[in-house]
Design a protein around this ligand. Structure first.
Ligand code: ZN
Length: 213
């Protein structure tokens, strides 16, 4: 992802998010988009699990444990996502070890973004993986019923020092929450723009394991 500075992408992202939350207009094709990028993703690790079904975290019974790593981007992004879903879904824990002990959740790191091996010359400022610097998700990340149930590292900032923008932080959390492949306004065009919000919101209104037609 191209890196714009934090303040600018925070401002733009924030305004777009507020406008969407006021209007809450969900385009007709939103479930179709999800069918492609969540149900039957082609490029992301999600493709290995529950084909044709909705895959996401269970936020009904328990919150998602998170270690924010004192990262202002992570903190602001998580709050924005909770406002969007109109629910407190993250349990902010004090350490990485606390999340590991729960055996499920998200851990933010700084300076360990793993680039795409296919494009080694493009600096990557964010990725989701099984560990620091890991380009792949852990094994058995998603249960047969479609519930995401594992530890995911959200690695922000490149080892070279290039920093992730706020928008990249939102983008990587979007992947971790179940948005597999890119679509318009999610990696296609900007990292996370207006049309990202209804798709994320819709995914968390579908039952886990929902069968896309
Ligand atoms: Zn992406």
């Amino acid at each position: 992802m191209r890196n714009m500075n934090y303040e600018m992408t925070f401002f733009i992202c924030h305004i777009e998010n507020i406008i969407w939350r006021i209007r809450r207009n969900t385009p007709k094709d939103t479930v179709d988009v999800l069918s492609k990028i969540n149900g039957s993703a082609k490029l992301s690790p999600i493709r290995f699990y529950a084909p044709g079904r909705a895959k996401r975290w269970d936020i009904g019974n328990m919150k998602i444990p998170v270690f924010e790593n004192d990262d202002y981007r992570a903190a602001a992004a998580l709050s924005m996502i909770e406002k969007t879903l109109e629910k407190s879904i993250f349990d902010r824990l004090a350490s990485e070890a606390d999340v590991l002990a729960r055996e499920r959740g998200l851990i933010f790191t700084k300076g360990f973004a793993a680039g795409n091996p296919a494009t080694p010359n493009i600096a990557c400022t964010g990725n989701v993986g099984a560990a620091r610097s890991a380009p792949h998700w852990p094994m058995n990340a998603i249960k047969q019923n479609g519930e995401i149930d594992c530890i995911l590292y959200i690695n922000l900032d490149a080892p070279s020092g290039q920093l992730a923008s706020f928008e990249v932080a939102i983008h990587e959390i979007g992947h971790a929450l179940g948005l597999g492949d890119h679509f318009k306004d999610f990696g296609d065009g900007r990292a996370a723009a207006y049309a990202f919000w209804p798709v994320l919101s819709q995914l968390y209104q579908l039952p886990i394991g929902y069968k896309y037609s």
